[in-house]
Design a protein around this ligand. Sequence first.
Ligand SMILES: [Mg+2]
Length: 372
Amino acid sequence: MSAADQVIIKSVEAYAVALPLTKPIRMAHAVFETVENVIVRIESEDGFVGWGEAASAPSLTGETWQGMVALIQGFIAPLLIGRDARLRSKLMDRIGANVFGATGSVSAVEIALIDLLGHRFNVPFSMLIGGMCRDHVEPMWILGNGSVDADIADARHRHDQGYRFFKLKGGTQSIDREIEATMRLREALGQDVRLCIDANSGYTLAQARKYIAGTQSAHVEFIEQPFPRNDLASLRSLAADGSIPICADQSVHDIADIHLQSQCGVSGVALKLNKLGGVTPSLRAASICQDNGMKIIVAAKVAESSIASSAIMHLASVVGLVDWGVSLTHAYLAADLVRMPLQVIEGKSFLRNAPGLGVEVDLDNLDRLRIR
Ligand SMILES: [Mg+2]
C-alpha cells in the first residue's frame, strides 16, 4: 500500500453537550430531563472528518461525561494520532489493550473512525461494518410518561405515525398501576401492535410474577431486565416459571455476560454500542446471541442524537435478526445535532445512501449545546 492511500489521523477531539428531552422519561431509579452526551471529532491529515457520540451513562457504563472527555482527549487520542485510520481493527485492539471498560468512550471513538473512513472512501457506514441485511428499520417507541393516561395518549399519537412496537418503562409505579397501564394500552392499541416491558432492574421476584400473572391477556412479548444484575436467583426462578421470555440489558456488558444470562434461562439481549464498547464487540455479541438462539434488540441509549442513533441504525441493518426490535432515541430530544435528523415515516426509517453515518452535523447546534 502506498503512503498516499493512508488516512493519517491528525486530531481527536472530545467534548460534551447537554441535550434537552422533549419531555421527561421516567424509568425505575431515574427520571431523565436532559442528557449529557460526549461527541468525538476525528480529522485526517487530508481534511476528512468523522463524528462519534455516546451518552454518558454512569449507571450503565460507570462513565461521566467529564471522565469520558478526559479519557478520550488525554489518553485515547495519543494512541491514534499519526496512525492510519484504515487499520481500524488494529487501532481498536490498541485501545482495548490500554483501556479497560470505558465502553461509552471507546464506542464514540470507533463510530468516529468508521464515519471518517466512510467519508474518505465515499462508502456508507453499514458497508464498512459488514453489509446490510435490510435497508430500513421499524423502530419501537418507549413509553415512560409516568401516568397511564399520558402513556396511552403518547402511544395513540405514535401509533398514528406508524409505530407498531411499544416498550413500557416499568418499575416506576405500583405493580397494580403497571398492570392497569399494560391492560389499557393493549385495549387502546388493539392486537396488531407489539408490547413489551422494561423494568430497568426495578422488580422483585414477587412483583415480576404479579405483573406477569396480571397481564396474561395483554400478550406482553417479553420482560426486559426485571431484576438487578446480581440477582441471579430471582432470574433463574422467573425463567423456570416459563411464563414470559426474559431479555437482559443492564446484565450484559460483554460476551461472558451473554453466556451467563443464557445459562440462567434468558431468551434475549439488548445490544447497545455504548454498553458493549462499539461496533466490533456489538457485532460479535450479536453473532454469539444468534449461535445461542437468543433474540436481539439493537438500541440507542436514551437519549442519543441522530449521530449515535444513525450508528445504531447501521448496526441494526447488518445484524441478521433483530427479532425484539430497534430503538432509536433521537426522537426524544428537543434538539438534534444534525441538519436532517433521522426520519421515521409510516413507522419506517430508511438508511441513507450517503458516506459514513449519512448525517451532516449541525455545527451551530453543537456549539450552542456544548457544555463549557
Ligand atoms: Mg433497557
